[in-house]
Design a protein around this ligand. Structure first.
Ligand code: ADP
Ligand code: ZN
Ligand code: ZN
Length: 695
C-alpha cells in the first residue's frame, strides 16, 4: 500500500502559488521531512508539506519519493508557516521561498553524504568560563524587568552606546538559564557587523553553541551552521537577514538590532523584510506552543534602534509594540555636539572646511580618532569635458561611470562596465578632462595632503585609512581595517556609510559628514528618515569613551544649515523628528498610513516594459480589492536603463493591507497571462515588491 504526499520543490517564480507536487511513498511522512524526488529528468530536494496532497486524478501516475533524509528531524511547523506566509505575502511561489531558505549545499547531497556531514558536527560543548559581566545600569535594569512580562513585540529605543547589546546578551542569558533547550536568533543588518557580534557572544557564552549565518560564508560553513541550528545544538544563531529563515525548532527569542536598517529588506527573489518576518515568526511560535503559564516557552521579539523605522515607531505609539527607552549612554559618555559648517560661506570648491581640518588636527595631537563620511566611493562621480560637455556616461546604463583614480578607470557602479580613463575627451579631443564631484578616494587623498606634517603624540606622522566596498573587497581586508582602527593605528578613517553603523570604536571623538545635501532633497519620501538615521548613527560612533572627555563633535558640511532636520539632530531628538515625519506621511497618505506595492518590469525597450504593466493594469479593474487599490500608471525607474535593459515600474497603493493583498493575489494570474500574451512579447522579467523601500 502506498501513500500520496504533498512535496514542495523549487519551482520557478510565479509557477502557480502554494502548489505542492504529489508523490507516493510506502509510509506516511511527517510534514517538514526532507526528501529527494524526481522532477522531469532530474532529481531534486523537496520538503513534505502539510495538508492533503493535490488530487492528481486516478489515471495520472504519481512518481515515488526517491530518498528520505531520515537522520534529519522534520522542519518545524513554525518554519513551514513562516515560509508559507512569506510566499503568499511577498507574492512568490511556496517552492521558491522554501527551497531558497535551505542551505544551497543541501540540494546537492544525497542521504549518505548528508549522514557523513552530520557525523562531522562538533561534539559536546567544552567548558567555558564566562568573563565577569558588568553591573547593569538603572535603565538596563528597568528594561530587563519590563521585557520579562512583555507579551507584544518590544521596541528597544536606546541611544547609541546606551548598552543595547548588553541587554541582548542578558536576555539570551536569562533564556538559556531558564530553558535547557531554548534557542535565540540575533540579527544585524550587515555582514561587516557579524565579526564583532560573534566576538561578544562567543566571549560571554563560549564559542561552542554559537553559529553565524550570512552570505559571506562558504557553502560547507553555511550547511554546518544550518545543521547545528536545526538539530538544536546551536543555542545562539547570529546572522544577517537570511537567518530569519533558518530552522530553529526551539526558538524563544529574536533580536533585530538596528531594526530601521534598509538591509533587512531583501532586494531579490522574495523581497521579504526580515524584521517583519521576525515579528510574524515569534507570533507563530507562540500560537503553536500555547502554554498555561505562558512564561517559559513564550517567544520574545526585540527590535533595537536609536533611530527606529517610522513603521516601528508608529506601532510603538499605538501600543501594538511596547516601547522601552534607554536614553543615556553607558558611563555617562555624552552624545556629540553638532557643528554645522555653512558651505555657502566657504571658498568655492572647498572639500573640507578649514575649521573642520583644524578640529581633526587637534584630535590627532591628542591621540584621538576622527571619522569622515561620504556616500560615494571612487574618486569622483563623473569625469567631464568643460569644452564640449562630454560626461563619462555608461554606454549601457542611464548613469555616469565613476572615476577611480587608483587604477585610472571609469567604472559603472550599476553594470560593472569598466574602461581605462581616456587620454583626451572622446568627443572633442580636449586634453583637459576633469573630475566632477567627489568620492571617498578623493577625500582620502585630500586629507593626506592637508595633514602632511601633522604628528601624533608618539611623534609619528598621522595615519589616514579608507574603508568602503572597494577597499574591503579582498578576503580578510575588512577585519584588517577594523583591527587597525581598534588598535589606534589609524587616526582618520574615511568611509561610506559602511563605517557609520554599529561599530564600537572607542577613541573616535569627531565624526564629519562631508556632503549630505543630496539626501535632503531626494525624491524618495524615505530620504530624510535615512539621512537622519545615518547622521545619528554616525554621531553614535563618537564619544563612546567618557574618559576622553565631553568634547566629542559631529560635523556636517551643508549648503542648507537652516533645514529642520538639523534642528532635531542638534537635540538628538528622534521623537520630535519622527513626530514631524509621521505627520507629513499621514497628510500625504504614505506608509505607515497606507500600504504599497511596486511591480517592476524589464525589457529591451521602455515601451515594452511600460506596455506590459499598463496592459496588466487595464485587465485588473474588476478584481477583488480593486476598489480600494489605486494603481498608478507605469513610469521609468529612477535609473531607467541598466546593462542595456530598460526598467519600468508601477506603484500600487491602498489604505488597507488586506485589500492590497487580496488584489495582488488575484492579479498574479492576470500578470502571468499578460506575460504569455502579445503585451508580454519582448519582456525580460517582471517582479512584485510588497512594502517596497525604494520608490
Ligand atoms: P549599543 O549596542 O547600545 O550601542 P553597547 O551594548 O555596545 O551599546 O554598549 C556600549 C559600551 O558600553 C560597550 O563597550 C559595552 O561593553 C559597555 N557596556 C554596556 N553595558 C554596560 C554596563 N552595564 N556597565 C558597563 N559597561 C557597559
Ligand atoms: Zn570634449
Ligand atoms: Zn553601466
Amino acid at each position: 500500500m502506498s501513500h500520496l504526499l504533498p512535496v514542495v520543490v523549487a519551482t520557478p517564480a510565479y509557477a502557480g502559488l502554494g502548489a505542492a507536487l504529489t508523490y507516493e511513498h510506502p509510509e506516511v511522512l511527517a510534514p517538514g521531512t526532507l526528501v529527494r524526488v524526481p522532477l522531469g529528468k532530474r532529481e531534486v530536494l523537496g520538503v513534505v508539506w502539510d495538508g492533503a496532497p493535490l488530487d492528481t486524478g486516478a489515471d495520472l501516475a504519481t512518481r515515488p519519493i526517491t530518498e528520505v533524509f531520515t537522520p534529519l528531524a522534520p522542519l518545524p511547523a513554525s518554519w513551514r508557516q513562516l515560509v508559507g506566509f512569506a510566499g503568499r505575502y511577498y507574492q512568490r511561489s511556496l517552492g521558491e521561498v522554501a527551497l531558497a531558505a535551505l542551505p544551497p549545499q543541501l540540494r546537492e547531497l544525497n542521504g549518505v553524504q548528508l549522514a557523513r556531514r552530520l557525523k562531522r558536527q562538533p561534539g559536546p560543548a567544552t567548558a567555558h568560563t564566562p568573563p565577569p559581566v558588568p553591573e547593569l545600569s538603572p535603565e538596563q535594569t528597568e528594561v530587563m524587568v519590563r521585557l520579562h512580562t512583555a507579551r507584544q513585540p518590544v521596541l528597544l529605543f536606546g541611544s547609541t552606546g546606551s548598552g543595547k547589546t548588553e541587554v541582548y546578551l542578558r536576555s539570551v542569558q536569562r533564556l538559556l538559564d531558564a530553558d535547557p533547550q531554548a534557542q535565540a536568533l540575533i540579527m544585524v543588518p550587515e555582514i561587516n557587523l557579524t565579526p564583532q557580534l560573534e566576538e561578544r557572544f562567543g566571549e560571554r557564552f563560549g564559542a561552542d553553541g554559537v553559529v553565524a549565518m550570512h552570505s559571506g560564508m562558504t557553502p560547507p560553513q553555511r550547511l554546518a551552521s544550518w545543521l547545528a541550528a536545526h538539530s538544536g545544538a546551536a543555542r545562539i544563531v547570529l546572522g544577517t537577514r537570511m537567518a530569519v529563515l533558518a530552522s530553529l525548532p526551539h526558538l524563544r527569542l529574536i533580536v533585530v538590532d538596528e531594526e530601521h536598517d534598509p538591509s533587512y529588506k531583501s532586494q531579490e527573489g522574495a523581497r521579504y523584510s526580515a524584521r517583519d518576518l521576525a515579528v510574524y515568526l515569534a507570533k507563530q511560535v507562540n500560537d503553536s506552543h500555547p502554554t498555561p503559564d505562558g512564561e517559559a516557552s513564550h517567544c520574545r521579539v526585540l527590535l533595537g534602534s536609536a533611530t527606529p523605522s517610522l513603521e516601528s515607531w508608529h506601532a510603538s505609539e499605538t501600543g501594538r509594540y511596547l516601547r522601552l527607552a534607554m536614553p543615556s549612554r553607558i558611563g555617562g559618555g555624552s552624545l556629540p555636539r553638532l557643528r554645522l559648517v555653512d558651505m555657502n560661506h566657504q571658498p568655492r570648491k572647498t572639500l573640507l572646511a578649514q575649521p573642520l581640518l583644524d578640529a581633526i588636527t587637534e584630535r590627532i595631537g591628542r591621540g584621538e580618532q576622527s571619522l569622515l563620511l561620504l556616500n560615494r566611493r571612487g574618486y569622483a562621480p563623473v569625469l567631464a569635458c568643460h569644452d564640449c560637455g562630454w560626461k563619462s556616461e555608461c554606454a549601457h546604463c542611464s548613469a555616469h561611470r565613476v572615476f577611480h583614480k587608483i587604477d585610472r578607470t571609469l567604472r559603472c557602479h550599476h553594470c560593472g562596465f569598466t574602461e581605462r580613463v581616456p587620454r583626451a575627451c572622446p568627443a572633442c579631443g580636449n586634453l583637459d578632462i576633469a573630475p566632477l564631484g567627489r568620492g571617498t578616494e578623493q577625500i582620502e587623498e585630500h586629507i593626506i595632503e592637508r595633514l602632511a606634517g601633522v604628528l601624533r603624540p608618539d611623534g609619528q606622522p598621522a595615519q589616514v585609512a579608507r574603508m568602503d566596498a572597494d577597499s574591503t573587497r579582498l578576503k580578510g581586508s575588512l577585519e584588517q581595517h577594523l583591527a587597525r582602527m581598534h588598535s589606534g593605528e589609524v587616526d582618520v578613517l574615511v568611509g561610506t556609510q559602511m563605517v557609520a553603523k554599529g561599530h564600537d570604536f572607542r577613541r573616535i571623538t569627531l565624526v564629519a559628514s562631508v556632503n549630505a545635501d543630496a539626501a535632503l532633497f531626494a525624491s524618495d519620501c524615505r530620504a530624510p528618515e535615512r539621512l537622519f538615521a545615518l547622521l545619528m548613527q554616525a554621531a553614535g560612533r563618537a564619544g563612546r569613551d567618557a574618559s576622553l572627555g565631553t568634547g566629542s563633535e559631529m560635523w556636517v558640511q551643508t549648503g542648507y544649515p537652516q533645514h529642520p532636520l538639523f534642528a532635531a539632530l542638534r537635540q538628538h531628538d528622534y521623537p520630535a523628528f519622527a513626530a514631524q515625519e509621521l505627520k507629513d506621511r499621514e497628510a500625504a497618505a504614505m506608509p505607515p498610513f497606507a500600504f504599497q506595492a511596486l511591480v517592476r518590469a524589464e525589457a529591451r525597450s521602455q515601451e515594452t516594459a511600460q506596455g506590459f504593466l499598463n496592459e496588466a493594469a487595464a485587465l485588473a479593474t474588476e478584481l477583488p480589492g480593486a476598489d480600494q487599490v489605486t494603481v498608478f500608471p507605469a513610469v521609468p525607474m529612477t535609473i531607467q536603463r541598466v546593462a542595456n535593459v530598460e526598467r519600468a515600474q508601477m506603484l500600487l497603493e491602498s489604505p488597507t493591507r488586506v485589500a492590497l493583498q487580496r488584489f495582488l493575489a488575484a492579479w498574479q494570474p492576470v500578470l502571468l497571462d499578460t506575460r504569455q500574451g502579445p503585451a508580454g512579447k519582448g519582456l525580460i522579467r517582471w517582479a512584485i515588491d510588497v512594502d517596497p523601500l525604494n520608490l
